[in-house]
Design a protein around this ligand. Structure first.
Ligand code: N01
Length: 582
């Protein structure tokens, strides 16, 4: 890995430098944005809080962290050469390999020269006279930029529940999303894990292998499907690479932005025996595609009950202690919270040194010097792992003071829930773009595909502004309102809107309950973005243009002319707004 040329703790602050664009964050979104901006001949600076690139994959280094979208699809598609030259070693890539990939991108496209590390953007203020953003960092930088682009991730602001007497615990407390870079050795220790979401489910089996005793504090039981992860053979990789563009195109046409077999038949039209066979086969394939066993599983509660029942029977078949199995069986809608994908999670509870503590009715009372107290019982621990998730979608925006027109801050505007047109920009905040922002498919699609589509759209928009000499671009409030209403309406079609997940901000008390990502399906959304662009950026005002806005030389990055996959998204499904989503 090349050294971080622009990182250096001793560097003097940048004062008064004027960039065309400042990008906040050097995860996959920031890296690709920088690549596109440089391609347009613009000057750009990325400020990154971490000491390296990779975003999520830089911070989430907990044991067992890996992707749950197949690695040959969870990767950039903009460069065919890159696709051909990079080799993934496993079906689901482990965190170190994804981080190595992010570093490879930074080196291959020579991006580090424009990135400053260990620097957190603290404020961005729109200067209405100069029509630029004034950006400030915690390292004293004070720069301006015509465009300010938030590439700050959907799941990056860690959630630290305010457990009483937290500081009294004598041992170390870790958060999965802020894992020590040097790793943690739990050998011989009594470890407590709080939470049973994706991060916990991936780390628990591995922590259990090291710890002398493991206690898991569970508030809500979680559905999880086996990953059946495996090494990728050279033959498999060759076969995919032989026709990679076709796979990429098929993936873009899918509601999730990644490809897997999907059965559109309604679950209740099958006989119980057929359903059992179908679920068994889908379970054997494993992973998120399990939800594609039938087409209506996230629309029809009775259909959902059949898959939920199957999953509970699987848990009971694995976990030998019936009382523990009972506790591990979720009673909510299957796939309502983000589905988890595991390797040996439920099996871990058969180990004699692993204990499950139910904190659903009697919450964690407090941390003590020796451990955690629940319902009057103190569980003695040497180390605690908080796998307590994130302030999703909006939490990372809240960490930066973003002030738009008339000094209105984004936090004030988003007080009752995020408001952004297409999830890419928010009225009152000219030239501020939000990659995978709330109101876009983001977390409901394969993140890298969602990122690429947003970045390309933004780069095409910026290039168009140059064509017509526009100084600023900003959504019209009416269009923004209509989009948010649509995002909200579509979410009601899905059972996903019915439970207290981070999708609706309900994992943290006090946050507004709003379904934040766009659930109408990735290609439907991409079509909408294309239409907006083809119609001269309909719904946006481009100010200062010296040419008319009505007849743009439409740029539209070619690979985003995405057809709907009729096999999965039938016209009837679209008409009934029953677009299957995983
Ligand atoms: O976080 P979570 P995560 N007392 O919010 C519990 C992605 N991801 O980091 O469900 C006790 O899912 C909370 O309980 P409850 C993926 O999109 C992907 O695991 O709110 N418990 C829950 O069990 C995922 O969905 C991968 O009742 C408390 C847990 O903490 C998202 O990131 C891997 C509590 C938090 O689970 C977030 O996953 C990892 C309290 N006060 C993550 N507060 C991949 O595979 C919270 N909890 C790719």
């Amino acid at each position: 890995m090349a050294p971080n040329t622009a990182d250096e703790r001793e560097r003097p602050p940048e004062i008064g430098v004027a960039f065309d664009a400042v990008v906040v964050g050097a995860g996959f979104a920031g890296l690709y944005m920088l690549y596109r901006l440089r391609g347009l001949g613009l000057t750009a600076r990325i400020y990154e809080a971490g000491g390296g690139v990779g975003g999520t994959w830089y911070w989430n280094r907990y044991p067992g962290a890996r992707c749950d979208v197949e690695s040959m699809q969870y990767s950039f598609s903009f460069s065919e050469e890159l696709d051909q030259q990079w080799d993934w070693s496993e079906k689901y890539a482990p965190q170190p390999e994804i981080l190595a990939y992010a570093n490879h991108i930074a080196d291959r496209f020579d991006l580090r020269q424009n990135i400053v590390f260990n620097t957190r953007v603290t404020a961005a203020t729109f200067d209405e006279t100069a029509k630029c953003w004034r950006v400030e960092t915690d390292r004293g930088d004070r720069v301006t930029a015509r465009f300010c682009i938030m590439a700050i991730g959907c799941l990056s602001a860690t959630n630290h529940p305010p457990f009483r007497d937290r500081e009294s615990f004598r041992g170390p407390i870790y958060h999965t999303g802020e894992w020590p870079h040097e790793g943690v050795n739990f050998a011989g220790l009594r470890v407590g894990v709080v939470g049973t979401g994706s991060s916990a489910i991936q780390s628990i089996p591995i922590i259990a292998q090291q710890a002398s005793a493991l206690t898991v504090f569970q508030r809500t039981a979680t559905y999880s499907v086996p990953a059946w992860n495996e090494k990728l053979s050279p033959e498999y990789r060759r076969a995919i690479k032989a026709d990679y563009p076709a796979l990429r195109a098929k993936a873009r046409a899918r509601p999730t932005g990644f490809y897997f077999p999907f059965n559109m038949q309604p679950a209740l039209e099958a006989t119980p025996e057929e359903r059992e066979r179908q679920y068994e086969e889908a379970w054997k394939r494993g992973g998120l595609p399990f939800l594609g066993a039938y087409g209506d599983l996230l629309f029809d509660k009775a259909a959902n009950d059949t898959i939920a029942d199957f999953a509970r029977r699987k848990i009971r078949g694995i976990v030998r202690n019936p009382a523990t199995a009972d506790l591990l069986c979720p009673d909510n809608v299957f796939g309502c919270k983000r589905l988890c994908v595991d390797t040996g999670y439920f099996e871990t509870y058969n180990l004699p040194h692993v204990k499950l503590v139910d904190v659903s009715k009697t919450p964690i009372e407090r941390f003590t010097a020796q451990g955690i107290e629940v319902n009057g019982t103190e569980y003695e621990l040497d180390a605690i792992v908080c796998a307590t998730g994130f302030a999703a979608m909006t939490g990372s925006f809240e960490k930066i003071r973003i002030a738009g027109r008339n000094g209105l801050t984004l936090a004030e505007k988003w007080q009752a829930g995020p408001r952004a047109y297409l999830g890419v920009a928010s009225a009152g905040f000219p030239n501020l773009f939000t990659i995978t922002g709330p109101g876009s498919p983001s977390v409901l699609a394969s993140m890298i595909q969602a990122i690429e589509q947003h970045v390309d759209w933004m780069a095409d928009c910026i290039a168009h502004m140059r064509d017509i000499g526009a100084a600023t671009v900003e959504p019209v409030e009416k269009y923004e309102d209509e989009w948010i209403e649509h995002v909200n309406e579509v979410s009601k079609v899905s059972l996903r809107s019915t439970c207290s997940s981070w999708y609706v901000g309900a994992n943290i008390p006090g946050r507004p309950r709003v379904f934040m990502p766009y659930i109408g399906g990735f290609p439907v959304y991409v079509q909408k973005c294309n239409e907006v662009m083809s119609n001269g950026f309909e719904g946006f005002v481009m100010d200062g243009a010296n040419a008319k806005n009505e007849h743009p030389r439409v740029r539209l990055t070619e690979r985003w002319r995405v057809p709907l996959d009729i096999e999965v998204i039938s016209p009837a499904a679209v008409a009934a707004r029953r677009v299957p989503v995983v």
